[in-house]
Design a protein around this ligand. Structure first.
Ligand SMILES: NC(=O)c1ccc[n+]([C@@H]2O[C@H](COP(=O)([O-])OP(=O)(O)OC[C@H]3O[C@@H](n4cnc5c(N)ncnc54)[C@H](O)[C@@H]3O)[C@@H](O)[C@H]2O)c1
Length: 422
């Protein structure tokens, strides 16, 4: 597992210019860059976030290819046309198969629920496209295996496939990864990680697709747990050897939703209820091959916690801590300093030498959630242009899927320790 690629051709951003397809202006000089024509499927929460990423990446970073928002796809013709206008896409499709088959699309970006990831990704790879797929990679290990096999074969034809674990692309987490790799916390002992949200605390919150196994694969586990498993493995450079887990569904019936989701939830139709078929929360421990111990918590019932992804690593020489609700900061304790003035200190991760930062604003002018999607687009464009396998790869997504499956298996068997196939 590597570092984010160091920004190339760094310098002042080009925000404010209006490049046309294949054209970009950097530092006042017009250069021609080949286009990377993107077709995106799904246009709600992640669709909006990815649109920002594709729109912005080439205007801030000096990229070898110019991302072009060529086509957006959704099933409702009026709604997808509106979304195309709002988010800046040139054309709209109502059938993802038509989008995947278009000759003027180079990369397919999958922003739909997990039940369609495998089918779309397999078709896109077969059609010769590069693929970006939202997390979790799939709803089952079998689907993720098929996707990874297809990505491997497509890789031999020069196509790339990446999974959207965007929290690797927060400058502070990327810096943490760099510091771990530099040995600044020494031999790892503990990883403590929690991803806490609270949008289900109200039992009247409706039964959206995220609460049905056939659509989402699992609940808080696949949604939030997938992120923290990936992040913990990315930061440590290790892969979990096994887990011991508890899961729970606190509210088993909820009102049916009226219409589409907005963000995480939807309006309630009132009256009729349906069954929740996924976990509301997952708590598990894990073991890394180095001997380090890890604890994980993923829940949508942490009252008052909106999007608190917290991770702490304790090593023999020091510790690192991060909280997504303060995403411009990384906390570091250097255990080699004399005890009298040692302590946790805050690194404000806005310096030009920090990952991704040399293309953004002067020090102290912080970034936010949406920038992770800009960085994701940037890294993927470099991978496509360089013919390199991007990270996280589909194989990385498959391995996370195996961890999720092991968590479910352990929880079904009274928390028995469940090894994860390498
Ligand atoms: N990286 C992150 O931080 C993050 C955050 C939220 C969601 N996600 C992931 O992104 C994916 C989408 O989640 P979301 O929150 O954007 O969901 P959402 O409900 O907001 O949007 C889903 C979109 O997919 C469309 N869609 C569904 N099935 C379709 C089909 N067969 N053909 C065409 N369009 C279809 C819907 O109309 C909608 O536009 C999921 O895999 C989810 O786990 C990732």
């Amino acid at each position: 597992m590597g570092q984010p690629q160091a920004p190339e051709g760094a310098g002042a951003g080009t925000a404010g210019t209006a490049p046309v397809a294949g054209e970009a202006t950097t530092t006042g000089v017009s250069v021609t860059r080949p286009p990377l024509r993107v077709g995106m499927i799904g246009y709600a929460f992640m669709g909006a976030a990815h649109s920002q990423g594709w729109r912005t990446a080439g205007r801030v970073f000096d990229l070898p290819l110019n991302p072009v928002l060529a086509a957006i796809c959704g099933r409702d013709a009026d709604a997808v046309r509106t979304a195309a206008g709002r988010h800046g896409w040139a054309t709209a499709e109502t059938d993802w198969r038509a989008l995947v088959e278009r000759d003027d699309i180079d990369l397919v970006d999958i922003c739909t629920p997990g039940d369609s990831h495998a089918e779309i990704a397999l078709a896109a790879l077969a059609a010769g496209k590069h693929v970006l797929c939202e997390k979790p990679l799939a709803n089952t290990v079998a689907e993720a295996e098929a996707m990874t096999r297809a990505a491997h074969l497509a890789g031999a034809r020069g196509q790339v496939a990446m999974v959207g674990f965007n929290y690797r692309r927060v400058p502070a987490t990327a810096l943490a990864r760099r510091m771990v790799a530099e040995g600044r916390i020494g031999r790892l002992r503990h990883v403590r990680v929690a991803y806490l949200q609270d949008w289900l605390t109200d039992p009247a919150a409706p039964l959206t697709w995220r609460l049905r196994r056939e659509h989402a694969g699992s609940g808080a586990l696949g949604d939030l747990g997938a992120h923290i498993v990936d992040l913990a493995q990315y930061l440590t450079g290790e892969r979990l050897a096994g887990v011991s887990a508890l899961t729970e569904t606190f509210v088993r019936h909820r009102p049916l939703p009226a219409g589409d989701t907005h963000g995480l939830t939807a309006a309630s139709a009132g009256g009729t209820t349906g069954e929740v078929t996924v976990d509301d929360a997952a708590v598990f421990t894990g073991r890394f091959p180095s001997g380090a111990l890890a604890s994980f918590e993923a829940t949508r019932y942490a009252t008052g916690r909106k999007n608190a992804l917290r991770i702490e690593l304790n090593g023999e020489r020091g510790s690192l801590a991060f909280d997504l609700e303060r995403l411009n900061e990384l906390t570091y304790h250097d255990g080699t300093e004399p005890g009298e003035h040692a302590g946790f200190r805050r690194i404000l991760v806005t310096e030009p030498g920090h990952p991704y930062l040399d293309a953004w604003w002067p020090p102290g002018h912080g970034l936010g959630y949406e920038h992770t999607f800009v960085h994701q687009a940037r890294d993927l464009v470099h991978a496509v242009a360089g013919g390199r396998a991007p990270e996280p790869s589909f194989a990385d997504g498959l391995q996370v899927q195996r961890v999720l499956a092991a968590v479910e298996e352990s929880a079904e068997k009274n928390s028995v320790y469940t090894p994860i196939a390498p």
